[in-house]
Design a binder for this molecule. Structure first.
Ligand code: AMP
Ligand code: ZN
Length: 117
């Protein structure tokens, strides 16, 4: 399912203001907020206001909003004064996706190793 918002989706509830979040940025198409279980000094999630299950579905249906996520990731990094950072789109449960509303993880503020776990 895709489109505006989904009643049973955690991140749609954050978009609608029904669940609190530490919001760092908002645009017409996106919201960025701090991850509740941060894995790095900066760990921000950038999400579209519209609901798609993952980044690929968002990109297929709304490519300009998918690009907005990447621009917002850079702005979050700039605002947290990160020289380098990592953007992660977990896609599918096997890759660790637990919330099926597209989101970019923006991670930085510590050394990030490669390959990731
Ligand atoms: P993923 O595992 O890629 O689907 O990422 C989902 C992320 O959402 C995880 O890093 C969680 O820590 C984070 N998360 C879950 N609930 C909340 C919440 N209420 N506020 C902020 N982040 C959350
Ligand atoms: Zn949603």
């Amino acid at each position: 399912m895709a489109g505006e918002t989904q009643g049973d989706c955690l991140f749609c509830k954050i978009v609608e203001g029904h669940i609190p979040a530490t919001i760092v940025r908002e645009t017409e198409t996106t919201i960025a907020f701090r991850d509740i279980n941060p894995q790095a000094p900066t760990h921000v999630l950038v999400i579209p206001r519209v609901h798609y299950a993952n980044a690929a579905e968002l990109a297929a249906a709304e490519p300009t909003i998918a690009a907005d996520l990447l621009r917002e990731a850079q702005t979050v990094a700039d605002e947290d004064k990160l020289e380098s950072y990592r953007v992660v789109f977990n896609t599918g449960a096997g890759a660790g996706q637990t919330v099926f509303h597209a989101h970019a993880h923006v991670l930085g503020g510590r050394g990030l190793h490669w390959p990731p776990g």
